[in-house]
Every structure is written in C-alpha cells, then in structure tokens.
Design a protein around this ligand. Structure first.
Ligand SMILES: [Zn+2]
Length: 171
C-alpha cells in the first residue's frame, strides 16, 4: 500500500484517540525499511531505478531486478514488516513505560495490510527472522481495484469524521 494510505488508516480507524497522528507516523515508519533494497537496486542499476520508485510510471521496472536482491539487503525491509519485531518493540515499551504505547498500533496495522497485499521478493514475512513464511497474495496493493477501494473507504471514513465534527460544533 502507498505510504500515505498507511499513514491515514490509523487516523481513520481511531479518529477519537489523542495519539492518532503519532500512530500515523508509525504507520509510515515500516517503509523506511526500503532503504536496504533500494540501496542495492541503485548500486546495481543506478538511474533506471528512479522509474522503479514510481511504479505507476514504469510497471515493468518493478520486476526485472527485485528477485535478485540478496537477503542481507532485504533484511531491513523484512524486519520492519515483521510482527515478531513489532511485538518485541511493543514489549520493550511496556517494560520501560509500564503501559502500552498506543501509537505503535499504526505500525502493526501497516504489517497487517501489507501481509495480504504483497508477494514475491516483497512478500510480508510476519515471522521474520524466525521464519520466511508469507501469505504471498495474488492481489497487490498496486492493483487499481485495491487502490480504488482503499481510497474510497478512506474518503468515506474521513468524510464521516468531518461530518461528526461539524455536527458537534453546531450543536
Ligand atoms: Zn510496507
């Protein structure tokens, strides 16, 4: 899923939470793990990979080099998309803060969405580094139907949220 949607989903689901915008930041965070694979791709193929970053411009560029990315370069991506790593971080916060740090929900939601919308080299390995198991969904986040549905639902949720705010103001 695109990182903007990843940021908006926690806000759409928890509009009344005080921590919702922090959760939005944590919703975007996992894709920071892309720096590993991207660095490898740029090292291999330099400027051609710029097209790759914008999959809507060049869909073919997405596939021709990605299967060859070595595991070491994928590790950052896998780690940020692992429920094991996420649970570990949640546990650390609970240990230190003595309570749940709710913005981390945004990160967890990111993994759950990606889990069903990624395949191939970018399949979401939710048990990384314990296992490389993944759903390997045939439906990708780049699929026009997925993008459309995603944005329609987000717009409806944010529309309802705005409406409720207006009603509260006028009441
Ligand atoms: Zn992701």
């Amino acid at each position: 899923m695109d990182f903007i949607s990843h940021g908006l989903w926690p806000v759409a689901v928890f509009p009344n939470a005080r921590w919702k915008w922090k959760a939005a930041l944590f919703g975007i965070l996992p894709d920071v793990g892309m720096f590993g694979p991207l660095m490898y791709l740029f090292a291999q193929d330099g400027i051609r990979q710029i097209k790759w970053i914008i999959p809507f411009i060049d869909k073919t560029g997405l596939t021709y080099l990605t299967p060859s990315i070595p595991d070491v370069w994928m590790a950052s991506y896998f780690a940020f998309h692992s429920l094991v790593v996420w649970l570990f971080v949640v546990g650390l916060f609970v240990l230190i803060k003595k309570r749940m740090y709710w913005p981390l929900i945004g990160w967890g939601m990111h993994i759950l969405f990606d889990m069903f919308l990624h395949a191939g080299r970018y399949a979401t390995q939710i048990f990384f580094p314990l296992s490389d198991w993944s759903v390997s969904s045939s439906l990708g986040w780049q699929d026009k139907r997925v993008l459309l549905l995603n944005w329609i639902v987000l717009l409806i949720l944010f529309g309802l949220f705005a409406l409720r705010r207006l009603q509260k103001k006028s009441a």
